[in-house]
Design a protein around this ligand. Structure first.
Ligand code: SF4
Ligand code: MSK
Length: 625
């Protein structure tokens, strides 16, 4: 017998989500929540991580009764291997995204595109200097070529360490060297993880876990950091600006085009094409007042940070945005795009357009988007959206709310500029205890958790304790919708944070970008540690992913811990079937890298644990608690 669906009230904290879930049920449209209900209860072996499919002597499931797989692998080995491959998947996603930015830089350097250009010459030169490339008196394109070669080489096997380790405090690098955890090359660490986890290779769980950390570090300090930095070089360094968020950003009188995925390479071009006078004129001819480009998930974050486009929603809003009935097209690049969006689009006049050969969706309109032809292709895509306006059924349109204001655009450069040109005022505010510490809240939604309940609650609890919060990824929209991304949110903060943020006119929760932009937080931590002449693990900082779901989030969490940042997860990865692996994650790593994971589903308790940690770290630095 089919299960009763969960009450809508339990699925999300947001009125816009609940209204669209109601509409979905009334119109007979299946959502992620319905499918979760059909998939539960989940397989216990898979939940514990004790199932292995790495060869055809299996698949094997180990338990107390049957403790060894056919090859003799025990639960520790199997869990570690599964987790290692999980992290490798996440690192591969972020880093391949980074590689795509290098390829755009290559197209610029080789003169193959005029649609993309080097927008931030100063940043390019600054990065070049950091990775040891001479810049004095050299033409920009020569510097760019060397940067391109250097970053391509970071993916290979010929380096002893990835280039941005130049940013890492020496004491941290020495720690990694002692553990054989220095990331040498992005593709190398990922490939080695696949090798190690083949049958008959790395059969020592702690050793596999150390390599998982190395793989994650190759993502954080390699692929992701390259992705972030080159996106800034090509599309501009984010600066503070106002925008809006929630489903109310979809406009009934406009052609609505949603960009979804992660990489700004496609979405930036779509935004530029949407300003084309001919396309605007055609939209008007069809009765629209304009073309509205709004964001979903991280490609939305990228455009929000740099261009201030409105955010329609995060991960669990992607199906619901289409259900407004007012979306002409959803244009995707890759990652976190539920294949169900094709079916939901098919229930309306919405055109679902994919743009990457590595992320195709059956039933989609496909464009093989290339730097050489980017603007031409972007115009064609926008034109499809414009023409779809004529097919919209006004009777099915329901935009459930008015948008809320948010402030965005906090890159490290913007923060430093706001502080008068150096991080010293931030260091002083931390020393004085006005800002007691900082926590990055990052990551996703997961339909197993009431949407954004944990993301918002943790941010609110932390700012009350004078802990500055930085948000990226899908937590951005959560914090924005909760009213935490505006300067007025200082009213919800403790007295110290209220004083500092009030003086600067900034929110107590700062939007720091997309998922790859967690590299900005790593860079900030390294800069603070270098300024204080300490290790990153000595700082009063933390990281959290309360509602995570993805392999990428696991890689982020692990590179944060391996970098020395105490990291919270709202629910555990599938590792609980091994005591060795679990103990390593939640305590053993402390001795090795000076930080661990902690798992806590109650956000008041999680905030208290961050508070305790921050007190300990402040005390050790000789600061008031
Ligand atoms: Fe089973 Fe070992 Fe093969 Fe895994 S590698 S499926 S545990 S025999
Ligand atoms: S999009 S990885 S659901 S944050 Fe970056 Fe959101 Fe998580 Fe994807």
């Amino acid at each position: 017998m089919a299960k009763e669906p969960r009450p809508i009230e339990e699925l999300s904290i947001w009125d816009d989500a609940k209204a669209m879930l109601k509409k979905a049920r009334a119109e007979g449209i299946q959502t992620v929540h319905d499918r979760l209900d059909r998939q539960t209860p989940h397989c216990k072996f898979c939940e514990l991580g004790t199932t292995c499919r790495n060869c055809t002597m299996g698949p094997c499931r180990v338990s107390e009764k049957n403790p060894l797989g056919v090859c003799g692998a025990d639960a520790d080995v199997i869990v570690a291997r599964n987790f290692g491959r999980f992290v490798a998947g996440g690192a591969a996603g972020h880093s391949d995204h980074g590689r795509d930015l290098i390829e755009v830089l290559e197209a610029i350097v080789e003169g193959e595109t005029s649609d993309y250009k080097i927008t931030e010459e100063n940043k390019l030169r600054a990065i070049a200097g950091e990775v040891g490339i001479k810049t004095d008196g050299r033409p920009t394109m020569d510097v760019a070529r060397d940067v391109m070669e250097c970053f391509f080489a970071d993916f290979g096997s010929r380096k002893k360490e990835v280039s941005f380790l130049s940013r890492v405090p020496k004491v941290r690098k020495d720690k990694w060297a002692g553990l054989k955890m220095i990331p040498r090359g992005v593709d190398r660490e990922i490939a080695e993880m696949m090798h190690r986890t083949h049958m008959g290779c790395d059969n020592d769980a702690p050793n596999t876990m150390i390599h998982a950390a190395r793989t994650a570090l190759a993502d954080g300090w390699g692929g992701s950091m390259i992705g972030t930095e080159l996106s800034d070089v090509i599309f501009g360094v984010p600066t503070p600006k106002m925008s809006t968020a929630n489903l109310g950003v979809i406009k009934a009188d406009k052609v609505n085009l949603l960009v979804h995925g992660h990489n700004p390479v496609v979405s930036e071009m779509i935004l530029a094409a949407a300003r084309d006078p001919e396309l605007l004129a055609r939209a008007k001819e069809l009765g629209a007042t304009g073309i509205n480009v709004a964001g979903l998930c991280c490609t939305g974050n990228e455009l929000l940070m740099r261009q201030g486009i409105p955010m329609a929603g995060n991960h669990l809003m992607t199906e619901l945005a289409i259900i407004t009935g007012a979306v002409e097209a959803i244009v995707v690049d890759y990652q976190c795009i539920m294949p169900s969006l094709v079916q939901v689009s098919g229930c309306y006049h919405t055109k679902f357009i994919d743009t990457a050969n590595k992320a195709r969706f059956s039933g989609a309109i496909h464009f093989d988007f290339q730097p050489k032809t980017a603007m031409k292709q972007a115009r064609e895509i926008v034109s499809i959206a414009v023409e779809a306006f004529a097919q919209r059924d006004a009777g099915r349109v329901d935009i459930p709310c008015e948008p809320v204001e948010i402030m965005t655009g906090f890159s490290n450069e913007a923060v430093t500029a706001a502080l008068g040109g150096s991080l010293d005022p931030l260091v002083q505010a931390i020393a004085a205890g006005d800002i007691r510490g900082a926590v990055g809240i990052v990551g996703c939604n997961n339909p197993k958790i009431k949407q954004d309940s944990l993301n918002v609650k943790l941010a609110e609890e932390l700012i009350k304790k004078d802990i500055l919060v930085l948000v990226t990824g899908c937590v951005t929209t959560a914090a924005g919708k909760a009213g935490l991304l505006v300067p007025d949110a200082i009213e919800k903060a403790g007295p110290g944070l209220k004083k500092v943020c009030g003086a600067l006119g900034i929110p107590p929760v700062l939007h720091y970008g997309s998922c790859v932009d967690n590299a900005r937080i790593l860079q900030l931590c390294a800069a603070l540690a270098n300024a204080l002449n300490v290790d990153i693990s000595d700082l009063p900082v933390g990281a959290s992913s309360p509602e995570w779901y993805s392999e990428k989030a696991a890689a982020i969490g692990l590179y944060a811990v391996a970098s020395g940042i105490y990291t919270h997860l709202g629910h555990p990865p599938n590792i609980l079937g091994s005591e060795t692996v679990t103990n390593l994650a939640v305590s053993g790593l402390e001795d090795l890298v000076g930080a661990t994971f902690f798992i806590e589903g109650d956000m008041v308790k999680a905030a208290d644990m961050f508070d305790e940690r921050i007190k300990t770290k402040r005390k050790a630095l000789g600061l008031s608690e």
